[in-house]
Design a protein. Structure first.
Lengths: 463, 437
């Protein structure tokens, strides 16, 4: 056979190896803290993630940023380990303790050799339970956040993201804000405020620790009871009712908000509206629809704007699903001259996926990708533990991940179209751009995408 | 904590293709990674950015694969893929469920054998436009965006192949022709200029059969031009300084030094030094500049390993509002110079070693990372066994090694200082001047 003959025959796949998402176990400690363990044999490292269902969406507007700043400040010293001593103690174990907060949850994560898990959990407990929030360091972290806000304004990508959420949500919706806080709220975030936030966060009834890795010979629940048994303690009294994140749309008609930055060689674009929460009943159909529209490398948006027109290095679309309705957005950066055609083509693709059924081949491509890539996503204990943490944060059923592939396989062409019709709203799309408005002004007006406002956004200057 | 060693086979097909296979059945995953020994260092004047533009063309179809079908087939198989270009090399990789391995091998073979059958002006023009937008979004439209390109210019002399950026210039990208693509392909995309690593849930005997079948008849190019001598003096000889006015809110210093090549034990010592200098909140630069003196918003220090004459060690510090940039520069440089004057403490070394061990173990858990490293060490150092020796080399670095490499590398006459300053024309504050149109 010639090489050409050999290469003319496309190989067919072999027999797939059976795969199931690793089984996990749950123990509830006396305090209410859940311990979720998942054995992933033959891996040298163990991942331990403490998750508390309390995030930036739960904080009052005047203290925006308090949860994230609390997370940052917790590694600035504890009762037993002042200053960076706790960080150093972790480093001696080869462990970095990551404390962070998102809209939905507060997390403390560590990855460490199985033999050192007990020692790492002891540090994790000290960090979680006894931070001291020294005012000097809290003041520094406040200033760092304010300085970072200057950088946001100067970076077109971060600026457009901030402008987009501030545009689509009503001002009283937490999601309209920057999760890290703004110029008005951050100066209010004193040590006292962080201590109070910390007490509110420490609620064992809203908390779980997920431990994944080679757990042979380890009694993880007992270890957690020993190190984190008193977690929460007196703080239970400070518990507050969970605030339901308000995710109201501020937009009721198509609008364009163009942040003018003279001389920009590209326009950063976000097109979308208030989207969906993770509890959406048609979650799997939405995933397939979003993959076809703007998730796959060969998505409709990519094939049109990148592979055909060459307007952009990349374009994507999707739903940021949080406990409340996070944003749906098309996201891209395009060369300045292609700004208006790029908006036109993006709108065309949004309309098309609503109005005409996807082909059987498109459905198969998206479905086979999501089903097939599933085992690849969970190769490491860290990834497995992360997915289980997601189940806890979103209060999803235990079999959510084991059902995932069957649910995706069951999605039909009709379900995809229904998801597009139900969740993409042409009548309240916000088009938010950061770029050179002068260069595209006439074309933009003529296109009449919606009510147009041009905002002159000057660069911040530090004193 | 012990790292399980990565066992692999290492052989060559008759046409020169180097094949490395490593079997591991923990996850039902197979990774294919192919490294071509060609990077932006092979580009000549007037043709910068070409190696990377070519990488994009590799996804535009080949003899038996349509434009963009490569991605479609890999994704429909439940896999992920991409390609990257750097100064020393270009790589392409697919990670797939293990029963789809043959597809990934066939795709790589088809483009190595028949890329030019599918090449046309329309696809080249399209990807030229995509790459120009990549340059705009990754560098031109980003605050401080061209810092690395400027450091390259100072660390490597004009005639050196590392002097110019991998992304290239707009003019050169515009000038790239179909003829250039064809010549580049015929010259460098030959089996004897590539290393193919296959790792994961695979049967090595079956892998060999497939690789022989799909790649075995692709002809070698016995006339790949050798690169010229890339050797350089160990140090720059004099400090280089540049100030850039940019649309940035805070001044930022970037530092760079000419450093030993990848594979030199001194480069390992430099990586451990970087951990002690700026690896997290317990590090020297973070503690002094960010935490204690509160003069910097952030700091970093790292090394980028290269094989042609010298590597780059680089760092950065963003100046806090109201602080004299000179104060930040001085403190940063003082910490680097101190590293060459006195040994690091035992505790610093213990902490750095423990963290590096965790990072290495974490990285090597992944099938695709093992494939990438095997191909990298084979391509750049002709020594894939380095995958099992690298951690030991880091752990063997002593305080004296760090002091010696710091004294040699992190010195004023080997230093580039690049400072971004806010443009003076920028007005204070944000005006909400809205013009309804």
């Amino acid at each position: 056979m010639t090489l050409d003959e050999i290469l003319s025959a496309r190989p067919s796949p072999g027999q797939p190896r059976k795969y199931e998402f690793p089984r996990f176990e749950r123990t509830v400690l006396k305090s209410g803290l859940q311990v979720i363990t998942v054995d992933v044999p033959n891996r040298p490292l163990v991942s331990a993630n403490l998750l508390i269902r309390r995030g930036a969406a739960d904080e009052p507007a005047d203290l925006a940023g308090a949860t994230i700043l609390t997370a940052r400040a917790m590694s600035e010293g504890t009762r037993r380990y002042p200053g960076v001593e706790l960080i150093e103690a972790g480093e001696r174990l080869g462990a970095t303790l990551h404390v962070d907060a998102s809209w939905d949850a507060f997390t403390v994560a560590v990855e460490v050799a199985a033999s050192r898990l007990g020692a790492a959990l002891e540090l994790l407990a000290e960090l979680v339970e006894n931070p001291t929030f020294p005012e000097r360091d809290v003041a520094r972290l406040r200033e760092e956040r304010l300085n970072d806000l200057l950088q946001v304004k100067a970076d077109p990508r971060r600026r457009v993201d901030q402008a987009f959420t501030a545009t689509i949500y009503t001002p009283d919706s937490p999601y309209s804000r920057s999760a890290g806080g703004d110029e008005e709220s951050v100066p209010r975030l004193t040590s006292e405020v962080l201590r109070a936030t910390h007490r509110t966060v420490l609620d064992p009834l809203r908390a779980a620790i997920v431990v994944g890795g080679d757990l042979a010979g380890l009694n993880v629940p007992r270890l957690v009871e020993e190190k984190l048994g008193s977690f929460g303690g007196e703080s239970a009294a400070h518990r507050v009712a969970p605030a339901v994140p308000l995710a109201a749309s501020a937009v009721d008609r198509p609008i364009v908000r163009f942040y003018h930055r003279p001389g920009s060689v590209q326009t950063e674009l976000r097109i979308g509206h208030v989207g969906l929460s993770r509890s959406a009943p048609d979650f799997h159909a939405v995933q397939v629809m979003a993959a076809i529209l703007g998730g796959l490398f060969n998505s409709r948006l990519q094939m049109n704007l990148r592979e055909e027109k060459g307007y952009t290095y990349g374009i994507g679309a999707g739903f940021d699903m949080r406990r409340g309705a996070g944003p749906f957005s098309v996201r891209t950066a395009v060369q300045t001259a292609a700004t208006v055609p790029s908006i036109t083509e993006s709108l065309l693709e949004l309309r098309r996926i609503r109005e005409t059924a996807v082909t059987a081949a498109e459905l198969a491509a998206a479905r086979d990708y999501l089903v097939g890539v599933f085992p690849l996503r969970f190769e490491t204990p860290g990834a497995v533990a992360g997915a289980l943490g997601g189940l806890f944060i979103h209060e999803l059923p235990d079999d959510e991940l084991t059902r995932y592939r069957a649910e995706v396989e069951a999605v039909t062409i009709e379900a995809v179209q229904q998801a597009a019709r139900d969740h993409i709203h042409m009548d309240r799309l916000a088009i938010v751009a950061v770029g050179d408005a002068d260069a595209v002004s006439a074309e933009l007006k003529a296109a009449a995408f919606g009510e147009l406002k041009v905002i002159t956004d000057e660069l911040p200057v530090s004193e | 904590m012990t790292a399980q060693s990565v066992r692999f086979s290492d052989e060559r097909l008759a046409n020169g293709l180097r094949l490395i296979v490593s079997e591991d059945h923990l996850a039902p995953v197979a990774a294919v990674c192919i490294w071509y020994n060609v990077g932006s260092k092979h580009e000549v004047e007037g043709k910068t950015g070409f190696a990377h533009l070519f990488e994009h063309v590799m996804f535009q179809g080949s003899g038996h694969v349509a434009k963009a079908e490569h991605m479609a087939l890999v994704q429909a198989a439940g896999g992920t893929m991409n390609g990257t270009t750097w100064l020393d090399r270009t790589n392409y990789f697919e990670t797939v469920p293990s029963h789809q391995l043959e597809l990934a091998l066939w795709l790589e073979a088809d483009r190595m054998a028949t890329l030019l059958d599918a090449l046309n002006q329309e696809n080249l023009d399209n990807q030229r436009s995509v790459v120009k937008n990549e340059k705009r979004s990754s560098y031109d439209n980003r605050p401080y965006g061209d810092w690395f390109h400027k450091l390259q210019e100072h660390v490597f002399p004009t005639e050196h192949p590392y002097h110019h950026p991998t992304i290239g210039s707009m003019e050169d990208l515009d000038a790239a022709s179909l003829e250039d693509v064809a010549t580049f392909f015929r010259t460098y995309y030959a089996p004897n200029n590539a290393v193919l690593a296959v790792v994961g849930d695979v049967d090595p005997a079956q892998v060999r059969k497939w690789v022989e079948r799909y790649f075995g008849d692709i002809p070698a190019n016995r006339a790949i031009p050798a690169l010229g001598d890339m050797s350089l003096p160990a140090v720059l000889g004099a400090e280089a300084r540049e100030v850039v006015e940019d649309r940035v809110p805070l001044p930022r210093h970037f530092f760079a030094f000419r450093a030993p090549v990848l594979g030199d034990p001194r480069f390992d010592a430099l990586e451990v030094a970087a951990q002690i200098l700026a690896g997290g909140k317990g590090s020297r630069l973070y503690r002094r500049l960010v935490r204690d003196e509160k003069i910097a918003q952030d700091v970093s220090f790292f090394s980028l390993g290269l094989i042609g004459g010298a590597s780059i060690a680089a760092g950065q510090a963003t100046v806090r509002p109201g602080i004299d940039p000179a104060v930040v520069e001085h403190a940063f440089e003082e910490e680097l110079e101190r590293l060459g004057r006195e040994p690091v403490t035992d505790d610093e070394l213990v902490r750095a070693r423990a963290l590096i061990e965790t990072f290495e173990l974490e990285a090597l858990q992944r099938t695709d990372e093992r494939a990438d490293r095997l191909a990298m060490y084979a391509t750049l150092l002709d020594d894939p066994e380095m995958i099992n020796r690298q951690l030991g080399r880091y752990l063997a670095v002593t305080a004296a090694d760090i002091q010696a490499v710091a004294a040699q590398v992190l010195r004023p006459d080997n230093r580039v200082v690049l400072t971004y300053m806010p443009t003076t024309e920028a007005a204070a504050g944000t005006t909400d001047e809205e013009t309804a149109a």
